[in-house]
Design a protein around this ligand. Sequence first.
Ligand SMILES: Nc1nc2c(ncn2[C@@H]2O[C@H](COP(=O)(O)OP(=O)(O)OP(=O)(O)O)[C@@H](O)[C@H]2O)c(=O)[nH]1
Ligand SMILES: [Mg+2]
Length: 302
Amino acid sequence: MSAGAAHAGPTRAGFVALAGRPNVGKSTLVNAIVGQKVAIVSDKPQTTRRAIRGIAMRGNAQLVLVDLPGVQRPRDALTQRMQSRVEREFGDADAALLLLNGEQGVGPGDRFIAGALARADVPVAVVVNKIDRLDEAHTLAALQAAAELGVSDEIFPLSARKGTGVEELVEYLVALLPHSPYLFDVDDPSDQADEVLFAELIREQILRRTFQEVPHAVEVVVEEIDDSREDLVRVQARAWVEAESQKGILIGSQGRMIKAIGTAARRELERQLGVQVHLDLAVRVRRGWRGDDGLLDRLGIE
Ligand SMILES: Nc1nc2c(ncn2[C@@H]2O[C@H](COP(=O)(O)OP(=O)(O)OP(=O)(O)O)[C@@H](O)[C@H]2O)c(=O)[nH]1
Ligand SMILES: [Mg+2]
C-alpha cells in the first residue's frame, strides 16, 4: 500500500464497505467496478475469507471498495466477534452497501445485517443484485422488499455479472466521497500482495471443481514467486487440506484433478500477468489449519 501522490485539482477518495449474506455477489460487484479480478468468485458460500480493498478510479475520484466475507447471523462467540468486527469496519467507511440477492427475496439474514448497518453511523445504499435472473414484475417486487427493509431510500437494481446498472451506482458512490488526496497508488487494483492474489486465483480453480466440505477445507499458500526472468514467472504453491481423503480428491484418479486445477490456474495467472507462468502446485495435509489461531493470523484471515 502506498501513500497518495500529490495531485493537481480537487480529488475525492474514500472507502465503501460491502455487506451481505454469503453468495449475494459482493466480490463479483467489486470486480465489476474495479474492472479486473481482485476478489475470487464462486457459487459456494463463504468464498471470501479476508477483507480485500479493491481500488477503482473514476475521473478525479478514487473509490476504495471493501469486500468482506459474507455475514451470517451469529450463532456463537466466534461469529459474534466477527459480527462486531464487521460493524466496526462499517463505522470506518464513508459509505456502506447492503447487497441483496434479488432472486431470493429478503430474509432474516438480510434484516439482521440491515439492523447492524442502521446502527453504524454511515450512509447506506441497497443493491438488489442478480436482476438478470428476474423479469420486470419480480424486479419490482424485489425493489419493494428492499425498500421495506427501511435501511435506505437509495436502492439500485443491478447485475454485477452482466454489468447492468453498475455505473449508476458508482456515480452515486463517488458523489458521497470526501475531498481527499488519493489513498492508494492509482495503478494498484487492490491492496493485496501478489502472493495472496495468486493463491486466491489458484483456490478459485479448486472451488470450481470441488463440493461439500472440500471447498471449505482448502487453503492455498504461495511460497515463492520468481520473476527474475522477464518472459517467465515461476510460482510455487501448496494447497492445504485437512484430511488424507481430501488430498485424494484434489489429486484425483491418476492425478487428473490436480492437473486440471494446475492448468486452469496457470492460464488464469498468465491472463493476469501477461507473461508465461510455470506453476508448481502440490497438495499437503495440514490437519486443523482452520482452528489454528496463530496460523490464521499469519494467513491474514481475521
Ligand atoms: N446471475 C447472476 N449471478 C451472479 C451475479 N453476481 C454474482 N453472481 C453469482 O453468484 C455467485 C456468488 O458470487 P460472489 O461474488 O462470490 O458472492 P459473494 O457475495 O462475494 O460471496 P461470499 O464471498 O461467499 O460472501 C457466483 O456464482 C456468481 O457468479 C449476477 O448479477 N447475476
Ligand atoms: Mg466474496
